[in-house]
Design a protein around this ligand. Sequence first.
Ligand code: FE2
Length: 275
Amino acid sequence: MYLFYGAGDKFKLVGKHKRVMMLIQRGKVRVGIQETLTGQPDFTEILQCRLPGGISMGLIVEAVEVGPMQVLCYVLGCPPTRTGLLIDPAAASDAIREIIQRHQLQIRWIVNTHGHPDHTAGNEYWRQATGAQTVMHHLDWEFFSTPDMQQAAEAEGFPPLTAIDLKVQDDERLALGDLELQVLHTPGHTPGSICLYTPGHLFTGDTLFVGAAGRTDLPGGSLATLIQSIQDKLLPLPEETIIWPGHDYGDTPTSTLKAEKEQQIEVASVTLFSR
Ligand SMILES: [Fe+2]
């Protein structure tokens, strides 16, 4: 588990490298990158180096790394209504269950950021466990539910994609209690990749990682399309938006659009060395 969320004045070191910190103080959550790793964390330092904007406590966000490919699953919740949503719950996981119980969430949606089997492998387990509806962009449903792609998933040791309750398209909204998540269709990593946006937060799946874009060399991928998706759909969002990627591949598990704009984004397209 990476992130701490709670009431009161609390903080916790988060992230594999213990560099990203979250401070919860007087109703505001602030995320910062700790520049030094020596000694006890220094609140003054955290506040000085916090990422711009801070975020409100209007959304419960917790992250758990699950499954053999270490997918970052996000558990989201609306605090007043306790309505919950899972993003890419890639396997049965006691950690996910513990978060749901701790926040007393009723999970309404299970959203796949895309149809790759490492992200969808837990769909049926969590659908049965929570009664929630599964959600995917219709293009990835069509692409990954074919017999060939089902066989490919099984060959990799994952369950085949056989059912999705709600096939969405660009700009659809998912109600989450008093909140709303906007579906942004961001093809490129796969034909039906999506990001989920609510003010302050952007859940990017394998479209955008911290410091890198998703790979485009897998079936259905397109580098030109991915770049266009990021430029047209993600970069116009407010700079203080926190990005929550589908894998912890960067120096830190989360970042902001401002930070990503300021660095050269590496496109992780694999070029095979051949003669
Ligand atoms: Fe993927």
